[in-house]
Design a protein. Structure first.
Length: 129
């Protein structure tokens, strides 16, 4: 068993934790029984079936053993990491949008200042009568 694939070991670990039986796992993955029990490596088709049919299973963990077995255990970090990745064009567009909003708000404030000044002037005029 020296050549037993580490990827297979991790898939078996996941299957043993989250499926009723190994047979149930094979059926749901639509892979041949015993596929994970032999000493050979794992083929791309089998790996793709396992990862695509288990959306919470972390592909990074399956392939390298790094991180968490389940994506949701690390979901907040993943959201933050992916949320912060934007292109330079998107960033430039966001900055331009912000600048336009600031300009619009400054214009609105100037209009409000004029209205306030007019109201103050009007109230002084009315009070002087």
């Amino acid at each position: 068993m020296q050549n037993y694939s580490q990827i297979k070991r991790r898939i078996v670990q996941y299957a043993d934790l989250y499926y009723i039986s190994r047979r149930d796992f094979y059926n749901k993955m639509e892979i041949s029984r015993g596929t994970l029990d032999n000493d050979s490596g794992i083929n791309e088709e089998t790996l793709t079936k396992v990862i695509s049919r288990n959306p919470k299973l972390s592909p990074l963990w399956v392939m390298t053993g790094e991180g968490f077995m389940l994506k949701e255990e690390n979901s907040e970090k993943e959201k933050i990491r992916t949320k912060n990745i934007i292109s330079e064009d998107e960033l430039a567009a966001l900055i331009k949008e912000k600048d336009n909003k600031i300009k619009d708000l400054k214009d609105w404030i100037k209009q409000q200042d004029i209205i306030i000044a007019h109201l103050i002037w009007s109230s002084k005029k009315v009070n002087s009568y």
